[in-house]
Ligand binder design. Structure first.
Ligand code: HEC
Length: 190
């Protein structure tokens, strides 16, 4: 039989854990990111120059550019701010993934076939979501396909070159989505 004291203690513990759940659900209102390399937390930071779209994504994990690009193709080639296609060339993504995203010395991002094992499917299954692809481009990857992706997000200390803002990475993802020709489900349009 449980004594009165232990019942009181159990009650107190369950009340405290309830308060804890409330507090943590508030803290989790923001999207929390994990590294594609090892699943550890990825410390993407908000910055003073974040656009409304970047803020929305950091808050909800939803990339508003994906549906906007699908609905209005002029955004893909927009000059200022640079649309996803210009960013892809300007930052040298095309050097490895090809000017048409067909895959050269890195996997195809169109996923409509090619030489490599990963020219028809995502190297990392989570890249079928915008959050997952954001984590891969932001924090880099482990080299499952034989080569690695460098980390690009400017808010991470080890980013490559000048780095890319969260907003730029979201525009790149939206562009990559418009070029998808694979037979997988377009989960990002949900
Ligand atoms: C130096 C070559 C190189 C450059 C430059 C490069 N990538 Fe990659 N990328 C790779 C390789 C190699 C992989 C596969 C990584 C792995 O297997 O872990 C990859 C993987 C990816 C993936 C995941 C593909 C999948 O099938 O899951 C995306 C998305 C991606 N890159 C986007 C980009 C973007 C956007 C840029 C420019 C900002 C870029 N890459 C620049 C080499 C490169």
């Amino acid at each position: 039989m449980l004594g009165f004291k232990s019942v009181k203690a159990a009650l107190l513990i369950s009340m405290l854990s309830f308060i804890g759940v409330l507090a943590s659900s508030q803290a989790n209102a923001a999207c929390s990111f994990v590294s594609t390399i090892n699943g550890s937390p990825l410390a993407i930071k908000a910055t003073a120059t974040d656009t409304p779209q970047a803020k929305e994504f950091l808050e909800t994990c939803n990339n508003p550019y994906t549906k906007a690009y699908a609905a209005d193709a002029s955004l893909i080639t927009q000059k200022t701010p640079k649309g996803g296609k210009a960013l892809f060339g300007y930052n040298g993504c095309s050097g490895c993934h090809g000017g048409k995203l067909e895959g050269v010395m890195a996997p195809s991002l169109r996923k409509d076939g090619g030489q490599g094992a990963f020219d028809t499917k995502w190297v990392y299954a989570k890249n079928a979501t915008d959050k997952g692809m954001f984590e891969t481009i932001s924090g880099g990857s482990a080299g499952v396909s034989g080569g690695v992706m460098s980390p690009w997000n400017i808010t991470l200390a080890d980013h490559v070159g000048d780095g890319l803002s969260t907003d730029e990475i979201l525009r790149l993802i939206a562009y990559i989505r418009t070029e998808y020709r694979g037979d997988g489900e377009k989960t990002w349009m949900k």
